[in-house]
Design a protein around this ligand. Structure first.
Ligand SMILES: Nc1ncnc2c1ncn2[C@@H]1O[C@H](COP(=O)(O)OP(=O)(O)OP(=O)(O)O)[C@@H](O)[C@H]1O
Ligand SMILES: [Mg+2]
Length: 337
């Protein structure tokens, strides 16, 4: 659906060159939700803006639906942009127009027939749950409601793809969840492909199918969310994930635990979460497990259980027990000092 090949973007500011994107390649499949995560300044906004050519790559190629978009003339570009909706952190609403008109006016400018404007505006306000606020002005709405208007406005053009640049970054956690639910619904029920960028791991966890991690203008790691989340390879990715982790134990406690045994982080996925593996460790291997911390992360289609466990026992027995955990498809990561 969207394909970027060896895309680079260099900004020139006076005599300085800023390489915002360096040889980025990625592919977003039709119907999926693809997320790019990275810290501020990584190049995420530049990347997403290259898809609808709000930013023109310095190098490389961009395809949407197999169409080489860099070769499009003005008219072609207009048609392309009709296929691609976009939402932002700032909602860019018309402050002097009410909710209904915020959705309807852009359709009018597009030359959509009158009846159609009414039908679409009503339909998409209903989908985002704002039918009863259609007479309200943006200043009378909460941040979450404003983002709903922006989403309805984007959907009203009936795009194939929705680009989202930090759409939930200004919202509180509950409102973020509600907007993420809405994006899932848009993806599932309307079949719209979503390409989003964010600095929030939660957004990736909750709704994305695949993810790419960006650092200094490059993609350093990518894959399914489950894989990247449970087996992060790059330091950058680990940093993102452990920043959110509940396993930041106090240094003092950690050194005490390491003195008296091994500390392991266990990750349970799918079937492995149902077996009583820790009880087995005690019974079969003569190793005493104590749970130090634990939690469950909800990914889009499955949950991932995490436990920080202290293993006490004979060194050989502990090693055998760890091997047993591996065999049970539990991911085991040893925590060192
Ligand atoms: N129009 C521009 N002119 C010059 N430099 C730019 C321009 N747009 C972006 N940059 C630079 O390119 C780099 C990447 O910026 P970008 O906005 O893509 O990052 P980002 O990952 O979206 O960051 P954030 O999470 O803060 O939004 C930054 O160093 C930024 O200063
Ligand atoms: Mg940005």
């Amino acid at each position: 659906m969207i394909k970027l090949q060896h895309v680079s973007k260099t900004f020139r500011v006076g005599k300085n060159k800023i390489e915002a994107l360096k040889d980025v390649s990625l592919e977003v499949n039709k119907g999926e939700i693809f997320g790019v995560i990275g810290f501020s300044g990584a190049g995420k906004s530049t990347l997403i803006r290259c898809v609808n050519l709000l930013e023109r790559p310095t190098d490389g190629q961009v395809f949407v639906d197999d169409q080489d978009v860099l070769g499009l003339d003005k008219r072609g570009l207009r048609q392309l942009r009709r296929k691609i909706g976009m939402i932002f952190q700032g909602y860019n609403l018309l402050e002097t127009a009410n909710v209904y008109d915020n959705v309807a006016i852009p359709l009018k400018l597009e030359g959509v027939p009158k009846d159609e404007i009414k039908a679409r505006t009503e339909k998409y306000l209903e989908i985002v749950g704002l039918t009863d606020r259609s007479k309200a002005f943006p200043s009378q709405l909460s941040g979450g409601q404003k983002q709903r208007v922006a989403i309805a406005r984007a959907l009203a053009h009936e795009p194939e793809v929705l680009l989202s640049d930090e759409a939930t970054s200004a919202l509180d956690p509950n409102t973020t969840d509600a907007i993420l639910e809405l994006l899932l619904k848009v993806n599932r029920e309307l079949g719209i492909t979503i390409f989003l960028i964010t600095h929030e791991l939660n957004v990736i966890q909750r709704i994305c199918d695949r993810v790419a991690v960006m650092e200094n203008g490059r993609i350093v790691e990518s894959g399914t969310v489950v894989d990247v989340f449970t087996r992060p390879r790059e330091a950058m990715t680990k940093q993102f994930i452990s920043n959110e982790s509940k396993f930041l134990i106090p240094a003092q406690l950690k050194s005490e635990l390491l003195e008296s045994g091994k500390l392991v982080k266990l990750t349970f996925l799918g079937e492995s979460s149902k077996d009583p593996v820790l009880a087995t460790l005690a019974k079969q291997f003569d190793v005493l497990p104590s749970i130090i911390a634990g939690g469950i992360d909800q990914l889009k289609d499955q949950s991932v259980g995490n436990l920080l466990v202290h293993l006490k026992g004979d060194q050989n027995k502990v090693e055998t027990a760890i091997q047993f955990l591996h065999d049970q498809d539990v991911l085991v990561e040893e925590v060192s000092g």
